[in-house]
Design a protein around this ligand. Structure first.
Ligand SMILES: NC(=O)c1ccc[n+]([C@@H]2O[C@H](COP(=O)([O-])OP(=O)(O)OC[C@H]3O[C@@H](n4cnc5c(N)ncnc54)[C@H](OP(=O)(O)O)[C@@H]3O)[C@@H](O)[C@H]2O)c1
Length: 326
């Protein structure tokens, strides 16, 4: 099959088209003939050599696909051979064929194309498991999304807004801020020219936000603590701003704050299956009703994966960058 491999760790050029044997399935897995695959920042981090695939996973990049089930083990599942699905995978998405645990395959929401469906799994699983399960954004609560124009950000803004929350966001330009507001953020803060702590306090009449989805870490964490409401929670999902942070832990006590973090990829199939079931129940209807929409910035042919990574690293995009395989 055609695939894209990471020939060595380094800049986008190390992604090269190659021929690989079609992967073999194990019990509980299906073979998907890939129509489209999503590009995610963790793929870039993997390419740079800082995010190794978990044991047993494909060394090929790619954490989400859509396509047709053409083989493997569908017994006991809701799917049969020939069904179109989208899937969260352990790796190997940048290829003509990809293996997925059947439990991590989801139906394509009605009305969405295969390309759009492939843009969903990685960010929807991450946002749901962090914002709605790990730190339990609850009715009447507010959310601040750092990096609101990222693939993760556009997902978090839309789902939270559609579920009735006030959402604030940060982004690195005025244009991106306007996009975040079009997607449902009540106010987006250009973090290069404004202080999100001050803006959030003003917007919440000094109370602060209840939940922050943070993909920056570093010195953001201390600042976030200064604009969290009592009983507020931070879900850290990346450390683009560094792993070291100085925080006043006294505030955690006095204001009963929670700081937590997680990464999705190494979690068990059972964990991911449970998140998938919640998404189909709570979020797929929002997609089917058009209340939440895939945001695709640009799609490239599979062979141009290096170009797709260059675009992601330029950070010009709003939403998702995709690879079209067929
Ligand atoms: N823990 C997990 O399970 C998990 C799963 C998936 C993704 N992630 C992480 O989530 C992040 C987003 O992933 P993605 O695929 O959606 O990537 P992406 O579209 O490339 O987004 C990266 C975003 O980070 C923003 N950013 C960088 N520095 C910032 C700062 N100082 N303040 C606010 N925003 C800042 C960028 O905003 P500007 O361009 O405007 O600067 C950009 O929107 C990545 O760091 C990724 O590694 C974590």
């Amino acid at each position: 099959m055609r695939a894209i491999e990471i020939t060595e760790y380094g800049p986008a050029d190390v992604l090269k088209p190659c021929e690989r044997p079609t992967p073999e399935t194990r019990p509980g897995e299906v073979l998907i003939k890939v129509h489209a695959a999503g590009v995610n920042r963790p793929d870039v981090v993997q390419r740079l050599g800082h995010y190794a695939p978990p044991p047993g996973a494909s060394d090929l990049p790619g954490l989400e696909v859509s396509g047709e089930i053409v083989g493997g083990d569908v017994a006991g599942s809701r799917f049969k051979l020939g069904d179109m699905v989208c899937a969260l995978v352990q790796g190997g998405g940048y290829a003509e064929f990809c293996v997925a645990p059947i439990q991590q395959c989801l139906p394509i929401p009605k009305g969405l194309s295969a390309l759009e469906a492939a843009s969903l799994p990685e960010t929807y699983f991450t946002v749901w498991s962090n914002v709605f399960e790990r730190v339990r954004l609850s009715q009447g609560e507010t959310l601040l999304v750092q990096g609101g124009s990222s693939g993760i950000g556009v997902t978090a803004i839309q789902i939270a807004k559609a579920l009735g929350h006030r959402v604030f966001a940060t982004a690195g330009s005025d244009d991106k801020c306007r996009k975040c507001e079009e997607l449902g953020a009540e106010r987006a803060v250009n973090y290069r020219s404004e202080d999100f702590v001050e803006v959030v306090k003003e917007l919440t009449a000094g109370k602060g936000v209840d939940v922050i989805l943070d993909m920056v870490g570093g010195d953001y964490v201390g600042r976030e603590i200064n604009c969290l409401a009592e009983d507020g929670r931070i879900a850290l999902i990346a450390v683009q701003g560094g792993t070291k942070s100085q925080i006043d832990v006294g505030l955690l006590l006095r204001r009963r704050l929670t700081l937590t973090g997680s990464t999705l990829r190494p979690r068990s199939q059972e964990f991911k299956a449970a998140i998938g079931a919640k998404l189909v129940e709570h979020v797929w209807p929002l997609l089917e009703a058009g209340k939440v929409k895939p945001v695709i910035y640009r799609s490239f042919p599979l062979e141009q994966a290096a170009e797709a990574h260059r675009l992601m690293e330029s950070s010009q995009h709003v939403g998702k960058i995709m690879l079209q395989v067929v």
